[in-house]
Write a protein that binds this ligand. Sequence first.
Ligand SMILES: Nc1ncnc2c1ncn2[C@@H]1O[C@H](COP(=O)(O)OP(=O)(O)OP(=O)(O)O)[C@@H](O)[C@H]1O
Length: 279
Amino acid sequence: MSAALQPAAGTEILEVKSLSMRFGGLLAVDGVDFQVQRGSITALIGPNGAGKTTVFNCITGFYRPTAGQIRLRRADGSVAALQTLKDHRIARAGVARTFQNIRLFAGMTVLENLLIAQHIKLQKATGFGIGAMLGLSGYRAAEAEAIDRAAEWLRAIGLLDRADDIAGGLPYGAQRRLEIARAMCTMPALLCLDEPAAGLNPRESDDLAKLLVSIRDGTATASPPTSVLLIEHDMGIVMRISDHVVVLDHGRKIAEGPPDQVRNDRHVIAAYLGEDEEG
Ligand SMILES: Nc1ncnc2c1ncn2[C@@H]1O[C@H](COP(=O)(O)OP(=O)(O)OP(=O)(O)O)[C@@H](O)[C@H]1O
């Protein structure tokens, strides 16, 4: 049965409610609540081990939460209860993600990486393979559309002239942008990015910040505006591009609000100072 349950009410695209995740004796996420507003960039921050990636893994179906609800409210008003779905169904429901460590198909070309991301749509359009084998027009149209979309995203990330290069040979910052383009080729409602600025130099970070804002605003390509949830340690980027910041520490939410408010929150300052003392 579909996870579409009830019509939309608010403007949030994602609602995380009383989320908990236990690993044996460790409560890595402890009753966390937050929302991602449609058309916003929301950052999930906190010291090392705060539970950020675990929250992401629950949202994207890599972990089944111990308790709590994760609701994706789609544009058509239906609600998907993500905590009940497997990862591939969450992807189909409209949630795309990237990982802390780059996970491209390094031996394939830049373009192939973007086409593979669209294989589910191609399969559907072709009656799961038969149409492709027979060379039916539905397949050719879907394939042309996939290539057009890939080209649009390659233009948006400045890699159109490298479409036929091997992805693994790209500079690190370009690989990061390609991963984001790959996620965007699935036309998600919500884009989840786990430390997209990790390892980038200042110029690459700047390009990334602009790309994320253009994804949020729908100006990167002809695609509509897309809500973004990101985990990020680079506070320069977080403070510059986020509309809303959620702060975790030891598995609990300790603050949330606009960047300026969170930056001056005494609980947040104490959590980060504590990390410095330990480190
Ligand atoms: N699969 C797992 N099994 C056991 N413990 C885990 C697992 N995944 C995470 N943890 C633990 O849960 C806690 C939260 O980890 P998590 O990776 O979510 O934190 P984080 O905020 O993303 O940290 P970082 O910023 O360092 O990536 C840590 O104590 C971690 O060791």
